[in-house]
Design a protein around this ligand. Sequence first.
Ligand SMILES: NC(=O)c1ccc[n+]([C@@H]2O[C@H](COP(=O)([O-])OP(=O)(O)OC[C@H]3O[C@@H](n4cnc5c(N)ncnc54)[C@H](O)[C@@H]3O)[C@@H](O)[C@H]2O)c1
Length: 258
Amino acid sequence: MNTTTPLVIVTGACGGIGAAVTQHLLTEGYAVLACDTQEQILSNTQHPTEKCEYYPLDVTDETCVQHLGDYLRQRRQPVQGLINCAGIVHAAPLLETTLEQWRTVHAVNADGVFLVTREVAQYMIEQQPQDPTNSRGIVTISSNAANVPRAEFGAYGASKAAATRVTTSFGLQLAPHGIRANVLCPGTTRTPMVTDSWNGEDRSQTPIKGSLENYRLGIPLGRIAEPEDIAEVATFLLSPRAKHVTMQSLTVDGGATF
Ligand SMILES: NC(=O)c1ccc[n+]([C@@H]2O[C@H](COP(=O)([O-])OP(=O)(O)OC[C@H]3O[C@@H](n4cnc5c(N)ncnc54)[C@H](O)[C@@H]3O)[C@@H](O)[C@H]2O)c1
């Protein structure tokens, strides 16, 4: 990989949104360190290997995350930022959620954001004297479920609320180092996380219409998001184009929550 091109670390890079984010960043001229526990979807796409490298990373494993920091220090490549995209969903009402399920979803969605951001941000601080932009970025892909109670996603929403707050709190500490930290909250997006439960049918009309029993409004724009809709906004928040935006949470859900 070319070591002078600014590098972006993307976790969950092999998932639906992560792959779209990776593609978008490559198109914008960044190099990408594509981190995930599985590499299947990435190998199906045509990323140029000189600009995109797969790095096996379990965001819940502190030692593994520390090795990522060591790896970045060895490379000495300028890091433009981090996109925390790794995530898992757990769909069940809270009364039917076990402690183990609660911990599992928090381990990836909340602990993972904390561990990876702490590690990458530390290296970005070390690099500040060489940064010509003074506007590098960290973006966490949270969820609109972080902002509203969800009858069927209680543990997931709580884990995403933690991801949102830890990111904006990092933003406060990182601002003097020229590092912005923002949150993007997608609504329902057409990725395996959602479509795996559709049994091969297109069930996008369900979130679009909403559900009174689940206290869920529909989607006023009349469509669910495509991964590219999320990638476009994530890339903007990461880039110096958003140089005066930090500690903000931007919801990208077609108006489903407000
Ligand atoms: N799809 C949606 O409707 C939706 C809505 C709101 C928020 N989100 C969030 O967007 C992000 C991306 O989700 P997606 O829809 O692309 O889902 P996805 O299931 O397609 O991708 C998630 C990726 O995260 C990876 N991952 C899971 N655990 C990991 C771990 N411990 N370490 C490293 N990687 C791990 C998976 O291997 C997968 O590649 C998630 O954080 C998700 O919560 C998705």
